[in-house]
Design a protein around this ligand. Structure first.
Ligand code: 0A1
Ligand code: ZN
Length: 872
């Protein structure tokens, strides 16, 4: 696609060069003013190259240079050059001190990268390349410096002044200003720098580490939110303890600070000792947050905390290694959550997320390896592949080595690389060296994009009393990688007899991990007097698409007998997908096939199953997931098929759903069992409403009552969503009521926007147009923009409306957003990259939307790259 006026530089992994200079110390002095902030920086440079350096390039972006001195002397014009990308020092000496003064404009900075002023606070976001928007520097992760930061601001607007590390001194100045000086004893790359200034209240607690050091824990929020930090603080303490128990890692500073803001591009950021969080992952009270919100806080708090070792103490050599910290840290936070809650349910949710976001990415034009080879804007690579697939690769290493061996590998990794900037290769090498294992084949997983297809076939030989399993792998081509090699796939498996018991596999073990290393391999299991049913890829032991050899009866059997929770869930899902695809192909086939009916009945009838797991088993696959299983996604037919299956299951089991709905009613509690019960009960309500006869609103009464009387937001929101999405006659009143009650809670108003934008009705497009001019809508607040535009793009029938109206509208909004916040615009543009998955008219319309964006004046590098790769 032709893109207007861009000449983006593409960075190649193979071009990495060690820096010719290092900066040992950075002293920053910031006089904070929303309009004009002055930043003075003093940087100590040392040459590390052997040959003389004629040009030293410092990164700098949107900086207004006021003065520049080297070793105390103002630089003459022939000694430096300003460029689009920064500042070039000509013939610099071997070691020198550079002092610069620049002016920046925090209030005008709507990109939320660098230093910005939002909601009355000054905040920074420096990953990946935001620090260069604060001062001239070597803004690369392999340059680690010791930071000293002095902040000056008016005492009245900014009583709180924070930066990384320890607060060394504070003082007052004239005109009502004050200052604070912070020192971080740990050398760090610039992307981990942070500062915050504003009028914030603090919630304080303490943690004593395993070795007996006391750490002060602080969460900074708006005064009225101090009561909503319990879950965040509690999760932090549990995460600190977990990392000591499981990895022997303690926190290393005397103070750990978290700041919550409504203006943030991502979930949160692990700046050393001073995490900055999207408020969504900090604030929760039972009245304002759902169980999912609580869960999200637990996992993101843990994720950022775990980065202190995997990311900060051991950091990245270059941005191609991003998954070294992200994949590993996601793996760690998933394991933490699995240990805190139900391991089986956690795994199902993790895989569901992987399949919803990463599998489609890996199958489309934006596919890239976990360790990418090239980028033009690194912010576009904070992807599901780098994060979620990266975590799956670490999980496979864990599976292949075993728990104790994995821990030894981690110990060696930290021992070797503490304080260094390293590569994925260093991580794999530590795992090998600690265990005398060869992972050379495994490395291919990091370099090869695409989701392998794993085809399994099996047969029982009654004469030999043996079962032979054949596994075959194939990875479809991805952009730039037409030919794929086999990768080592660990397949955790068991064989079940007709009573559902696991049988011994050529010995005493009743579960085994087969390692498929070639394109095709077979395994034979002997001493099996009776036929068996294979349970393959237990716990989803590898990120592949399994084509299973099972027929419906076998699936139905596993759906009620497999002792592996993931496979038990997967068996019902497979049955449901099959039924749904049949209806998609022929709507007159809308029915509940007996195998699925049987599985649903068995699950509904078994009160022994943990309620959260039971809710998972009874939830139908999403429209997106069903569509993913088709060669061409039939948007409308998928929607109707799923609706109709919901209705059928709702109608056929009314007494059961009703029973659950009544029996599970309880006053609010926050323990795991209560959370599961709420989930199951709200699922029951959704089936009751789906199964209700058209026009007759009996079941909506329950929802209305629940909405009005709930003692917690989980139940209230579940009812609210059902009423709005089914457009019950009083939906308007309920929308108004919700807004009136919660308009002072931005996180709830985000939900209010998102649920409306995701309503699958023809009139939704009109309504979303209205939402964009609602007084509470704000183009500068990413949570709000994502609520409306993200909600809209996740609304299959409206976003993918056959006439192309959804795409055209969407592109128009991205065009507008790109001028303010390129990062968020680029991220929101990715659904348009999936155009090849739709029918010809939709392909055409999506192509036009992309073309319209490509022609935008002042198109950002972020959005340009997504468009370019989406439609080359
Ligand atoms: N490192 C953070 C995610 C993050 C990435 C980029 C950001 O700004 C462009 C902000 C946050 C994490 O993994 O939590
Ligand atoms: Zn992370």
């Amino acid at each position: 696609m032709t893109i207007s006026g861009t000449n983006a530089v593409v960075v190649q992994r193979g071009d990495y060069k060690v820096p010719s200079y290092q900066i040992s110390e950075i002293a920053l002095d910031l006089r904070l003013d929303p309009e004009n902030t002055e930043v003075s920086a003093c940087l100590h440079f040392q040459c590390t190259a052997t040959a003389p350096v004629t040009e030293l390039h410092l990164d700098g972006e949107s900086l207004e240079l006021l003065s520049l001195q080297r070793d105390g002397r103002t630089l003459a014009e022939h000694e430096y050059r300003l460029t689009d990308a920064g500042l070039v020092l000509l013939n610099p000496p071997e070691s020198f001190v550079l002092e610069s003064r620049v002016r920046i404009h925090p209030a005008a900075n709507s990109t939320l990268s660098g230093l910005y002023h939002a909601g009355g606070q000054f905040l920074t976001q420096c990953e990946a390349e935001g620090f260069r928007r604060i001062t001239y520097t070597l803004d690369r992760p392999d340059c680690l410096a010791r930071f000293t930061v002095t902040l000056h601001a008016p005492q009245k607007n900014c009583p709180v002044l924070l930066a990384n590390g320890n607060c060394m001194a504070t003082g007052d100045e004239e005109d009502g200003w004050h200052w604070a000086r912070w020192e971080d004893p740990y050398p760090k790359p610039a992307y981990l720098f942070a500062m915050v200034a504003g009028d914030l209240a603090v919630v304080r607690d303490q943690y004593r580490t395993a070795s007996g050091r006391d750490v002060v824990l602080e969460i900074y929020v708006a005064e009225r939110d101090t009561g909503a930090c319990v879950q965040a603080m509690d999760s932090l303490k549990r995460a600190m303890h977990w990392d000591e128990e499981v990895y022997g890692r303690e926190y290393d500073l005397d103070r750990y600070m978290i700041v919550a803001t409504d203006s943030f591009n991502m979930g949160a950021m692990e700046n050393k000792g001073l995490n900055i969080f999207n408020a969504k992952y900090v604030l929760a009270s039972p009245e304002t947050a759902t169980d999912n919100d609580y869960q999200g806080i637990e996992s993101v708090i843990a994720h950022e905390y775990f980065h202190n070792w995997t990311g900060n103490r051991v950091t990245l050599r270059d941005w191609f290694q991003l998954s070294l910290k992200e994949g590993l840290t996601v793996f760690r936070d998933q394991e933490f959550s699995a240990d805190q809650n139900s391991r089986g349910v956690q795994r199902i949710d993790d895989v569901r997320r992987l399949r919803a976001a990463q599998f489609p990415e890996d199958a489309g034009p934006l596919a890239h390896p976990v360790r990418p080879d090239a980028y033009s804007e690194i912010n576009n690579f904070y992807t599901a592949t780098v994060y979620e697939k990266g975590a799956e690769l670490v999980r496979m290493i864990h599976t292949l080595l075993g728990k104790a061996q994995f821990r030894q590998g981690m110990d060696l990794y930290f021992q070797r690389h503490d304080g260094q900037a390293v590569t994925i290769e260093d991580f794999v090498a530590a795992m090998e060296d600690a265990n005398q294992r060869d992972l050379s084949g495994f490395r291919r997983w990091y370099g090869q994009a695409g989701t392998p297809i794993l085809r399994a076939t099996g047969s029982y030989d009654p004469a030999r009393h043996s079962y032979t399993l054949t596994l075959r792998q194939e990875t479809p081509a991805t952009p730039g990688q037409p030919v794929k090699e086999p990768v080592p796939i660990p397949v955790r498996m068991a064989l079940l007899n007709t009573q559902g018991q696991r049988v011994p596999l050529n010995g005493t073990d009743r579960e085994s991990i087969l390692l498929l290393e070639q394109t095709e391999q077979s395994w034979t299991f002997d001493n099996l007097p009776d036929p068996v049913i294979p349970s393959l890829l237990r716990g989803f032991s590898a990120p592949v698409r399994l084509e299973s050899p099972l027929d419906d009866d076998a699936r139905s059997f596993l759906a009620s007998h497999d002792d592996d929770p993931f496979n038990r869930w997967e068996s019902i899902q497979d049955l449901a997908v099959k039924a749904l695809l049949a209806t998609v192909a022929d709507a007159s086939l809308a029915s509940l096939p007996s195998a699925l009916r049987h599985a649903v009945a068995a699950t509904l009838g078994d009160a022994q199953i943990d309620p959260a797991f039971r809710a998972e088993l009874l939830s139908l696959p999403s429209e997106d997931y069903i569509g993913e299983q088709m060669p061409v996604i039939a948007v409308e037919a998928v929607h109707h098929a799923r609706d109709s299956l919901m209705r059928t299951i709702g109608m056929q089991f009314v007494p059961e759903w009703m029973g659950l709905y009544h029996d599970l009613a309880a006053t609010y509690q926050r323990d795991g069992l209560s959370i599961g019960r709420r989930r199951l009960r709200n699922l029951a309500l959704s089936y009751l409403i789906a199964g209700d006869h058209e026009g007759h609103e009996g079941m909506a009464l329950y929802a209305r009552q629940q909405y009005a009387q709930a003692d917690n937001m989980t139940d209230r929101l579940a009812a609210f969503q059902l009423l709005v999405q089914h457009r019950h006659h009083d939906a308007e009143d309920i929308l108004l009521d919700f807004y009136r009650r919660w308009h002072e809670y931005p996180l709830l108003i985000d939900k209010w926007f998102a649920i409306q934008a995701a309503t699958p009705r023809p009139e939704t497009l009109r309504q979303v147009e209205h939402l964009l001019v609602h007084p509470a809508f704000d183009w500068r607040v990413p949570n709000r923009v994502r609520a409306v535009l993200g909600g809209f793009a996740a609304n299959p029938t409206v976003f993918h409306a056959a006439d192309g109206s959804g795409y055209a509208f969407y592109a128009e909004q991205l065009r507008r957003l790109d001028d303010l916040n390129p990062q968020t615009a680029a991220r929101l543009a990715t659904p348009l990259s999936r155009w090849q998955r739709y029918d010809a008219p939709r392909q055409q319309a999506m192509g036009e939307a992309l073309k319209m964006l490509a022609g935008k004046p002042k198109l950002s590098r972020d959005l340009a790259e997504v468009i370019q790769r989406s439609h080359p």
